[in-house]
Ligand binder design. Structure first.
Ligand SMILES: NC(=O)c1ccc[n+]([C@@H]2O[C@H](COP(=O)([O-])OP(=O)(O)OC[C@H]3O[C@@H](n4cnc5c(N)ncnc54)[C@H](OP(=O)(O)O)[C@@H]3O)[C@@H](O)[C@H]2O)c1
Length: 275
């Protein structure tokens, strides 16, 4: 059986990144199509990937088995509405990566098609992403596998059982890279205050973040056990963690993620039809 024809609508950062991931995985370029309103993006995709590009979304989706919506959330409605008549008989799988766009809204705009919502994050650009996926009504097992394959080409893909939890995915992994960048920034500043040069503090911080992350991923132990393992009684790590605990760092992270989830829900309402 031929691999599915996949049409990408929107080839900015994420669309290009997913296309690149599929090609790296050996997906045939002949089965991929890419549409973008921006001629520069189209030229870049053609030059980098050899995938057929188009300025016309209808042309890109005419033989598609899967349509990936990779435009900005505020652009989804305008992209989806003109496609609905053309897609009604072919009934492709729709994979939307637009943050905060709910399946009910998408169905109203693009029609009653099988839809998977995915929330990737920026490390996908390095093939190291983490994405949450939610399948709407009527998505077959084969279509779930196809959607997962697209996201897995750029990292980890985790299925979520309720759409409301996609806002929690946004709070944890969607916005997550920025939390770790902030922690790296604070550690670099603190190291510099302790007398290290900025470069020394940064190099040591970044490699420590990478090492800790790899240990946590590769170890059979959970992060709490790993933390206990490296915290000797009366030692330096214990002192630092005690100060973090006194300042309720765990509680701060909990409240920060609750705030991000709340904002994701507000944005979904603002982009949707329930204003
Ligand atoms: N970047 C991330 O880390 C990330 C993470 C998770 C989810 N996402 C989601 O991924 C989606 C894409 O994000 P991005 O960062 O890749 O955005 P982006 O770089 O702005 O790419 C979107 C592309 O779509 C084009 N476009 C706009 N209207 C169009 C239309 N009517 N038909 C065809 N193409 C059109 C845009 O052209 P113009 O520039 O001319 O408008 C742009 O080139 C967003 O919905 C975002 O929520 C992104």
């Amino acid at each position: 059986m031929n691999p599915a024809n996949i049409a990408f609508i929107g080839c900015g950062n994420m669309g290009r990144c997913l296309l690149g991931g599929l090609l790296k995985d050996g997906y045939p370029a002949t089965q991929l199509r890419a549409a973008d309103a921006d001629a520069l993006q189209r030229d870049r995709v053609s030059a980098e990937t050899g995938v057929r590009t188009s300025a016309d979304n209808l042309e890109a989706v005419h033989d598609a088995d899967i349509v990936v919506l990779a435009v900005k959330p505020q652009q989804v409605r305008a992209v989806a509405l003109p496609l609905s008549a053309a897609l009604a008989s072919r009934r492709p799988l729709i994979v939307s990566i637009a943050a905060g766009i709910r399946i009910a809204d998408l169905r109203r705009w693009i029609g009653e098609l099988p839809i998977v919502r995915a929330m990737p994050n920026t490390p996908a650009l390095l093939g190291c992403g983490a994405a949450g996926l939610y399948a709407g009504e009527g998505v077959s097992d084969e279509e779930r596998e196809q959607a997962e394959g697209i996201l897995r080409a750029v990292g980890l893909a985790v299925w979520i059982e309720s759409e409301a939890l996609m806002d929690a995915v946004t709070a944890v992994s969607g916005s997550g890279p920025a939390y770790f960048f902030a922690l790296m920034e604070w550690m670099e500043n603190a190291g510099a205050q302790l007398g290290l040069s900025r470069e020394q503090a940064r190099l040591l911080t970044l490699q420590t973040a990478l090492g800790a992350s790899r240990m946590a991923i590769e170890s059979s132990l959970d992060p709490a056990s790993l933390r206990k393992q490296v915290t000797s009684p009366g030692g330096t790590t214990e002192r630092a963690l005690a100060i973090m605990n006194e300042n309720d760092m765990g509680g701060i992270v909990e409240r920060a993620l609750a705030g991000a989830r709340q904002r994701a829900a507000e944005m979904a309402a603002a982009f949707g039809d329930d204003k």
